[in-house]
Design a protein around this ligand. Structure first.
Ligand SMILES: [Zn+2]
Length: 90
């Protein structure tokens, strides 16, 4: 689904729903705590930031990023270290 289609969907949702419910849904989405890892904190010269809803998801994305961008395979030891670098957003 393209961004345009998503925004179209939202404009329809906003038009169809009472604005009260839409703002409640938006508040709910904004209140989901996110986990964040800065690639630089893991020791890479990189401005990459990884954000996900769970620590496990951040680790999975970080491992994919490390192998694709930095040609580094994340070992279990590295994963343990990376876990300590994950911060909470909002
Ligand atoms: Zn990176």
């Amino acid at each position: 689904m393209s961004e345009w289609r998503i925004s179209e969907w939202w404009s329809i949702a906003i038009r169809e729903c009472r604005s009260k419910y839409v703002s409640e849904i938006l508040n709910l989405l904004n209140s989901i705590p996110m986990k964040k890892l800065k690639c630089r904190d893991a020791g890479f010269d990189c401005d990459g930031e990884i954000e996900a809803a769970t620590e496990q998801e951040v680790l999975t994305l970080a491992a994919a990023h490390a192998s694709e961008v930095h040609q580094v395979t994340v070992t279990p030891e590295m994963a343990e270290h990376i876990k300590t670098l994950i911060t909470n957003v909002n």
